[in-house]
Design a protein around this ligand. Structure first.
Ligand SMILES: Cc1cc2nc3c(=O)[nH]c(=O)nc-3n(C[C@H](O)[C@H](O)[C@H](O)COP(=O)(O)OP(=O)(O)OC[C@H]3O[C@@H](n4cnc5c(N)ncnc54)[C@H](O)[C@@H]3O)c2cc1C
Length: 414
């Protein structure tokens, strides 16, 4: 659908997805795959995302089911192991722990994919779905009523929908329009994200150095490159981000402690202030929130987008169930079912990542001792390790249909 055309969708079962980041595009594809008319509206961004996302098994299955299996293989790098190294500098040094995919009978945990490559690929996949339109525009108003929602675009056009998917990120307009309350907090930390090349192979192992200011993580990327997520106090992160390339390279090599040999080219750097957000309920008044519109967590353990993709897959299940019995897809019962499905997963991830981050920041010896004991136990107790790996990849209590392998064979329309 071209801009400039007056867009009035039939209100019956029409869905508008606001926000065309990875969570919004995945939700749009998942919902349009049910045969429903979907319009995804996103404000074009001037800045290219420098981040990559480590996507674990369930997310990869979702992408495969949306026809992006090739993209994962060709643009992403398999992650076969995750190593945690204690670099807290305390006398109570925790043991190094490496989790491998082979321990839980897998060849890989998932893939690390550049956010920009992922959104480009999702846009391409969206173009192939006849009932899905993407509109590059800013949304200025979302007005829910009992029978439908009106979406206002910056150029004055309006769209009518039965259900809105709010995928408009942490400052979500949709969340406000739905009257959903959000608890927010900040961590006095910022993350520097970039990609760099290096001399030694990463061997598919992602390494997280636990340091007093936060984690310093290198995740395997294609070829001899890795993506960096370097968490520091905000003033130190700003200083590092502003260094010239040679000085940043030296600082990076020092942080890596020789792990990947000498550092070569370094891609564009961007800093991200670390914040937390948890909104509840996940949906009301014909508006369902997905991705960072409903949860923001620090980049530890690579959980944020994995959680956002589970939102998208679970919402598709709730809408499919409503369709199957002829119900209104934006009805309160459907939104309540979505909230029930998402609450435990979101709450447990927000809580556990917050706790892990705070234990790194807390310098008190008893807390460091407990953290060390936890890592020691994970290292030595096999069944606990395997449970931690499985639950870290995807919680056992969330199994939306699009995250199950057979969904690829399901028909596109009901
Ligand atoms: C340094 C770092 C590393 C990370 N690494 C990982 C990782 O390894 N694995 C992982 O799972 N997660 C990771 N994450 C988290 C992950 O990057 C985010 O969860 C994800 O990018 C959020 O996607 P989203 O689609 O929810 O939001 P966004 O990407 O913020 O998309 C929101 C979209 O909505 C649009 N929008 C907003 N308002 C409007 C409006 N009014 N009208 C129209 N459009 C609008 C915006 O333009 C934007 O395109 C990381 C995060 C950070 C900071």
């Amino acid at each position: 659908m071209q801009q400039g055309v007056v867009m009035k969708l039939a209100a019956s079962n029409a869905i508008a997805v606001i926000g065309t980041g990875p969570a919004g595009l995945a939700a749009a594809c998942a919902l349009a795959r049910l045969g429903l008319p979907v319009t995804a509206i996103g404000a074009p961004s001037a800045r290219r995302d420098t981040r990559t996302a480590a996507l674990f098994a369930g997310s990869v299955t979702l992408l495969e089911n949306l026809g992006l299996g090739e993209t994962c293989c060709s643009l992403g790098e398999p992650i076969v192991g995750i190593r945690i190294i204690d670099a807290m500098g305390s006398w109570l040094r925790a043991p190094e722990v490496t989790f491998t995919a082979a321990e839980v009978g897998r060849t890989r945990f998932g893939y690390n994919i550049a956010n920009s490559a992922l959104t480009d690929a999702l846009r391409e996949a969206a173009k192939a779905i006849p009932t899905l339109d993407i509109v590059d525009a800013s949304v200025t108003g979302v007005i829910p009523s009992e029978n439908g929602v009106e979406v206002r675009l910056a150029d004055g056009q309006t769209i009518a929908a039965t259900l809105i998917v709010g995928a408009d990120g942490r400052n979500s307009l949709c969340r406000q329009a739905a009257g959903i309350q959000a608890r927010t907090w900040s961590y006095e930390q910022s993350a520097i994200a970039c990609t760099f090349s290096h001399q030694r192979p990463h061997n598919g192992i992602s390494t997280e150095f636990h340091r007093p200011a936060g984690p310093f993580t290198v995740v395997p990327s294609p070829g001899s490159t890795s993506s960096l997520v370097w968490v520091e106090r905000p003033d130190e992160a700003a200083r590092l981000a502003a260094l010239d390339e040679a000085a940043f390279r030296s600082a990076l090599e020092a942080g890596l402690q020789g792990l990947l040999g000498s550092v070569g080219d370094i891609g564009p750097r961007a800093t991200f202030p670390l914040t937390g957000l948890s909104a509840s309920p996940s949906a009301q008044h014909r508006i369902a929130l997905v991705g960072e519109a409903v949860h923001v967590i620090p980049p530890i353990g690579a959980q944020g987008l994995n959680l956002g993709l589970r939102d998208a897959a679970c919402l598709a299940d709730c809408v499919a169930d409503a369709l199957a019995v002829g119900n209104d897809i934006g009805a309160p019962t459907v939104l309540a079912a979505y909230d029930r499905m998402r609450r435990p997963d979101i709450a447990s991830r927000v809580w556990s990542i917050d706790l892990l981050n705070r234990t790194l920041l807390a310098q008190a010896a008893p807390i460091q001792a407990l953290r060390g004991l936890g890592l020691h136990t994970l290292r030595s107790v096999g069944p606990l390790r395997r449970l931690a790996i499985r639950e870290g990849l995807s919680p056992s209590f969330v199994a939306p249909r699009l995250m199950q392998p057979a969904a690829a064979d399901a028909p596109l329309a009901p």
